[in-house]
Write a protein that binds this ligand. Structure first.
Ligand SMILES: O=C(O)CCC(=O)C(=O)O
Ligand SMILES: [Fe+2]
Length: 295
């Protein structure tokens, strides 16, 4: 165990006090590392262990458990797409069961997000700096405002060739905020309603979303910061799982191929300690509410 991660060895030994500890550590910003828990592919799913599973335009295959739609594989046959759909649904079920076992107090409030399958090697993949996840960042998405809710993600490395998924983990969120918040522009109140009307954003980009997006971009844009900031390299071997609040934990994915990921959203009110939410931390620093309608 260290400042960045903590291990969970077996689901069988988890009692109420362990649950509280796990929840607290995750909310602090550590990564829960499950070194002997993994999602396994069925025999007929191993055909998707190829970068050709995705079409040219996409960087991953995405699925939404509510609509049961798969995207990013339109070039495949109807039969293959149906198989991918059940593959992704199985991963969602796996992730949901893990949350149920480890973080039961979240379950009633958790909202389900996308499932993603990433069969392309991330190292050297062309991308603009804002989309480049090999740079340290906290998660915030331009088109998907979370309006203060937490982003909780469950990852599993399903690489069949022994290749780890190598991440860097960066400094605590409070340090990131101290470093970058003074450099960020305040939101312009005209912009958010416009983005919503034009359906550029799915819902209203609140001042919270504005600041998180600016933070995400500022971290990625600062190459001196990327080089100099304290960080720890963390290789996640195949057949391991990890869970993290990616909106608070500074992370970068350096190398790796074949990853499954499930996103959930959690209202801050459902946290064990809502004061640990990025929303609360930013509101305290700025001395204002960030989820109201005006910028
Ligand atoms: O692909 C990965 O390993 C992680 C990329 C990332 O930054 C994320 O999913 O939030
Ligand atoms: Fe990320």
């Amino acid at each position: 165990m260290n400042h960045f991660t903590f291990g969970i060895d077996a689901l069988s030994s988890i009692d109420e006090s362990t649950v509280r500890t796990i929840t607290a550590r995750l909310e602090e910003g550590r990564v829960a590392y499950l070194s002997n828990m993994a999602f396994s592919l069925n025999k007929n799913e191993t055909q998707f262990l190829s970068p050709n599973s995705i079409d040219n335009k996409s960087k991953n295959i995405s699925y939404h458990p509510l609509t049961q739609q798969v995207r990013g594989c339109e070039h495949l046959s109807a039969e293959q797409r149906a198989l991918l759909q059940s593959f992704m649904q199985r991963y969602y079920d796996y992730a949901k069961d893990l949350i149920q076992a480890l973080l039961p107090s979240y379950v009633d409030s958790l909202e389900v997000g996308r499932t993603s399958y990433r069969p392309v090697e991330i190292k050297g993949r062309p991308s603009s700096y804002r989309k480049d996840d090999t740079l340290l960042h906290v998660d915030a998405f331009p088109s998907m405002p979370v309006q203060g809710r937490r982003i909780l993600r469950v990852f599993c490395n399903v690489n069949p060739h022994g290749q780890p998924r190598v991440w860097n983990l960066g400094e605590p969120f409070a340090n990131v905020v101290d470093r970058f918040l003074p450099t960020l522009a305040a939101p312009n109140p005209i912009i958010a309603p416009l983005l919503k009307t034009l359906t550029i954003t799915k819902g209203l980009r609140t001042p919270y979303d504005h600041y998180m997006l600016q933070l995400h971009n500022a971290m990625k844009a600062d190459s001196a910061y990327q080089a100099d900031v304290a960080k720890m390299q963390m290789p996640f071997p195949p057949e391991t799982t990890w869970i993290v609040f990616t909106d608070k934990t500074s992370h970068a994915a350096l190398t790796g191929q074949y990853l499954l990921e499930q996103t959930f959203y959690l209202p801050t009110s459902a946290m064990q300690d809502p004061q640990l939410a990025p929303l609360h931390i930013l509101e305290t620093k700025l001395g204002r509410s960030l989820t109201g309608r005006s910028g």
